[in-house]
Design a protein around this ligand. Structure first.
Ligand SMILES: Nc1ncnc2c1ncn2[C@@H]1O[C@H](COP(=O)(O)OP(=O)(O)OP(=O)(O)O)[C@@H](O)[C@H]1O
Ligand SMILES: [Mg+2]
Length: 251
């Protein structure tokens, strides 16, 4: 079974402020170079300590609208366009998917279809893109029990299957927020690394602390401060937004 191919409009993506191979020297590309470096090292077993399933990376946040999908897509783009790693971007925010929309692509089968039909195979729903090293796993056909499916045993089996079949790939999971739902916490237990996106100057400290407490079991957590002002004198325009990051190993 050959995977379907989709075409990403790379000029439109870079014009919309995303990392794109068409604009390698952009400010946004530079920011993700910094963020991805430790993630890649852990994914490839070259970090300070060995990380089990280090290639499974979830992007999450405490509450909604902090920039999870934006960061998941940019990380995937950044890794796929510059390094020798193949990346699969999974839209695991199954109740409120947004990756295909952000990429200007129509709805497509994906994760939920795999979870409801154990005859369906990953290779049938995965989308290849015109970026050689980037494949997509969309959230799939909407389902009334989408959130339960995401926390199901079928999902655990699917993640195991992905980890085995694609152990040489970096798999990035966009996901629901941690404090508003519980399925994200279940997903977190399968991950080697978690990127927690924090909306600068907006997310409450207590919410961040509570969110961190829900993902205690994950060995590597990295915090990305999203939409931080770049510095004094910079305006609030998109050019003035940036990402900062902090990094730590759990106990
Ligand atoms: N660093 C950034 N620079 C510019 N725009 C950003 C940035 N981060 C997020 N955005 C924009 O803010 C909006 C919300 O971001 P996004 O959809 O990524 O958040 P989310 O955490 O995935 O939200 P949800 O919880 O609804 O899934 C989007 O329009 C996105 O393009
Ligand atoms: Mg999102």
């Amino acid at each position: 079974m050959v995977s379907r191919q989709v075409h990403l409009d790379l000029d439109a993506l870079s014009a919309a402020g995303f990392v794109s191979p068409n604009a390698p020297r952009s400010q946004i590309a530079d920011q993700y170079r910094v963020i991805k470096r430790p993630l890649i090292a852990n994914a490839m077993g070259k970090g300070a300590v060995a990380v089990t399933n280090g290639n499974l990376i979830m992007v999450t946040s405490a509450v909604a609208g902090e920039g999870k999908s934006f960061n998941a897509l940019n990380l995937a783009m950044s890794i796929a366009t510059e390094l020798n790693n193949t990346v699969m971007l999974v839209d695991a925010d199954v109740a409120r998917p947004s990756i295909l929309r952000m990429l200007g692509l129509p709805a497509s089968r994906g994760l939920l279809d795999l979870l409801v039909d154990d005859q369906a195979d990953l290779s049938q729903v995965m989308l290849k893109t015109n970026i050689d090293k980037l494949t997509l796993l969309p959230s799939g056909t909407p389902h009334p029990r989408a959130t339960e499916l995401l926390a199901s045993d079928a999902m655990t089996r699917l993640i195991g299957d992905i980890a085995r079949r694609y152990s040489d790939r970096v798999i990035i999971f966009d996901s629901p927020p941690l404090l508003l739902t519980t399925e994200s916490r279940v997903l977190a237990t399968h991950m080697g690394q978690i990127v927690i996106v924090v909306h600068a100057e907006k997310t409450l400290r207590n919410d961040v602390q509570q969110a961190l407490a829900t993902i205690e079991s994950c060995p590597v957590k990295m915090m990305v401060l999203n939409q931080a002002k770049a510095g004094a004198g910079e305006g609030y325009g998109y050019g003035g937004y940036g990402q900062g990051y902090g990094y730590g190993y759990g106990s």
